[in-house]
Design a protein around this ligand. Structure first.
Ligand SMILES: [Zn+2]
Length: 269
């Protein structure tokens, strides 16, 4: 009965907000996301009220996206822009400058930075900047790989979308709750699935898995990269291979855009 009631209330909210007139009432909100993870989460929150486009695909390194004119065209018509922040997708500033759209510039209501409130891991204890080649100067920006952080991320999306169309906040909030309930069910399954490998040590190519590993109780024993974004020196690789042998590390995680040959060589040794 309770579930049925909730559905009815939800449907009423949607019906009400369709009736509310406003600048965007006659069409969907046009949202652009920098990376596909954020597109999926924005669609979960925005539902029928948004049309979301991602500026990049999941098969490329989010740190190194090349800004193209097609991105500026998408941004020119956008009502809102969802960014990862923590300098992962800082290339977006160049694209926004070229788009000349006041809706999505820094400080505009339509710019949604979803890193707000994230407990950031691996914040450097000494001063680090990009001139040293380190691509994680503000701490590790790959938090969207941890499904357990979805409540924080989706709250930022609700707040951001509601800044642009305040009359739809209740619908966004309702969609978010539905999404989080489903996610909670899946988290139960995933946690059970990961239980047998809890405590296992893994080596990663680029340090992008720490949020995911921490969530499911795996331990990060080292990186193939010397520092985030910096290729390894031969000495670093020797140390890494030795540590992997000593600590009995059997897993090395790498992404499609990493140097597969190098990853395989390290794993074989
Ligand atoms: Zn990174």
């Amino acid at each position: 009965m309770m579930r049925h009631l909730t559905l009815v209330v939800g449907a009423t909210l949607v019906a009400l907000s369709v009736l509310v007139s406003g600048a965007h009432a006659d069409r969907k909100l046009r949202v652009v996301a920098t990376i596909p993870d954020l597109k999926a989460l924005t669609e979960a929150v925005g539902g029928e009220l948004v049309d979301v486009d991602s500026l990049s695909r999941g098969t490329v390194n989010a740190h190194e996206i090349e800004v193209r004119p097609s991105m500026m065209l998408k941004l020119r018509k956008a009502d809102a822009l969802v960014e990862n922040g923590l300098e992962l997708d800082m290339w977006i500033d160049v694209a926004v400058r070229g788009a000349n759209n006041a809706n999505v510039v820094r400080g505009a209501a339509g710019l949604i930075d979803i890193s707000r409130g994230i407990p950031v891991l691996e914040v450097p204890s000494t001063r680090v900047d990009r001139s040293m080649g380190d691509v994680h100067p503000l701490g590790n920006p790959h938090y969207s790989l941890d499904p357990g952080l979805a409540p924080v991320i989706t709250q930022n999306i609700v707040d951001g979308l509601a800044r642009v169309v305040p009359e739809h906040r209740a619908v966004f909030e309702h969609n978010r709750q539905a999404f989080l309930s489903e996610l909670e069910r899946r988290m139960g399954e995933w946690t059970k699935l990961m239980e047998p490998v809890r405590g296992a040590k893994v080596v990663v190519y680029h340090p992008q898995w720490i949020y995911f590993l921490t969530r499911f109780g795996l331990l990060e024993a080292g990186w193939v990269e010397e520092r985030p974004g910096i290729p390894p020196s031969p000495q670093h690789l020797v140390r890494l291979v030795r540590a992997m042998r000593d600590e009995g590390v059997k897993v090395l995680i790498y992404a499609p855009w990493n140097d597969e040959k190098l990853a395989t060589r390290v794993a074989d040794e």
